[in-house]
Design a protein around this ligand. Structure first.
Ligand code: SF4
Length: 342
């Protein structure tokens, strides 16, 4: 990708201007010459430009809404964290398989919330309830928070806030490499900074609008050298021609980037490609030219919650994937912790 995300269109909720961050963003976007509109609620952006659904979808993904988060009750985010912390919703990336397409439905625009102090105060309450147990907060359940943070610096504030807590931890994952402003944050080891990585082929064909593998790995190197606990999610693990070599190359490149000392505290999460029928419908609508293989007949059906089953790889394919990834981990990162492999 080229530079960091710049919205094509910005909406403000008038109430957002009661907060210093709302004012700062208005000033910044005015100075940048962006088109600015107002909306009564960040949940109701009805007049997006565009002649077709496809065009409106694209414009929505380039639209930033600056609003106030009213619900300060956090969703749970088991098993990797106790709570999802809501700093933003939506993403400018165009990953064909992204689950936000189904969960956000008709509202694919990006929302950022300016009442950051209130959100962090709510997090403090949750920590207090569970103390002395640690409470973990996941900041990327509904967005790629790093992708917009160069504009808001909300994540940086959150990292420094959690850095000062006794019982709180923060985690998030990103496909973007714009991390420089986060390197000097006083994290005190309380934030696990994760990168979503994949074989070059998967990034090239299915993750338009995000950073390249090389950019993500270089960013991971910087983050590790800044002393953050580091993690990687490899998802979706996708079978394609030459996939073994693709994943091997990914590990080898990581190996070359990361110093030996940081490796005992690296986590890996592996998730194989799967899809549901509703997800397939929305992917085909949003990305009609996708090469993503979504043929139910080639997959194994796994019953799921609420009657929505998943189409997963065949048993022998799963075994092959596990073998290839486990042996790469053995070869390159024997000390790292494998958090899960599904
Ligand atoms: S970067 Fe993450 S959140 Fe954004 S479109 Fe891709 S998968 Fe979805």
């Amino acid at each position: 990708m080229r530079g960091p995300f710049v919205p094509q269109l910005v909406y403000f909720e008038p109430k957002a201007l009661d907060y210093p961050l709302g004012q700062q963003l208005l000033e910044k976007f005015t100075h940048m010459g962006l088109e600015i509109r107002y909306t009564t609620s960040h949940n109701q952006i009805r007049n997006l430009p565009g002649d077709s659904d496809a065009q409106r979808y694209r414009i929505a993904k380039a639209t930033l809404v600056v609003g106030v988060r009213k619900t300060l009750k956090f969703d749970t985010s088991k098993p990797s964290a106790e709570y999802a912390i809501p700093f933003a919703t939506g993403c400018m990336g165009h990953c064909h398989y992204c689950y936000l397409q189904t969960t956000m439905g008709s509202k694919p625009y990006i929302r950022t919330y300016v009442n950051v102090d209130e959100i962090l105060a709510a997090a403090d309450e949750y920590m207090l309830e569970r103390a002395p147990d640690i409470t973990r907060f996941e900041a990327s359940c509904t967005s790629d928070i790093v992708g917009i943070d160069h504009l808001t610096h909300t994540l940086k504030r959150a990292i420094e806030h959690f850095g000062q807590t006794e019982h709180g931890k923060l985690r998030f994952v990103t496909k973007f490499h714009h991390v420089d402003h986060l390197l000097d944050a006083a994290h005190h080891g309380k934030t696990r900074f994760r990168f979503s990585i994949n074989a070059d082929y998967v990034i090239k064909y299915f993750e338009p609008g995000t950073s390249s593998l090389e950019q993500r790995i270089q960013a991971a190197g910087k983050v590790a050298r800044a002393g953050y606990p580091l993690g990687f999610i490899v998802a979706p693990i996708y079978l394609h021609e030459g996939w073994q070599a693709g994943y091997e190359a990914m590990f080898a490149r990581l190996d070359a980037e990361l110093d030996k000392e940081v490796r005992s505290d690296i986590t890996f999460e592996f998730i194989q490609h799967r899809f549901t029928k509703p997800a397939k419908r929305v992917i085909e609508q949003n990305y009609p030219m996708t090469k993503l293989e979504l043929d139910e007949a080639k997959r194994r059906y796994k019953w799921g919650k609420y009657g929505i089953g998943k189409y997963i790889y065949q048993k022998d394919e799963e075994e092959q994937i596990k073998q290839v990834l486990h042996s790469a981990m053995q070869k390159y990162f024997p000390q790292a912790k494998l958090e899960y492999f599904t």
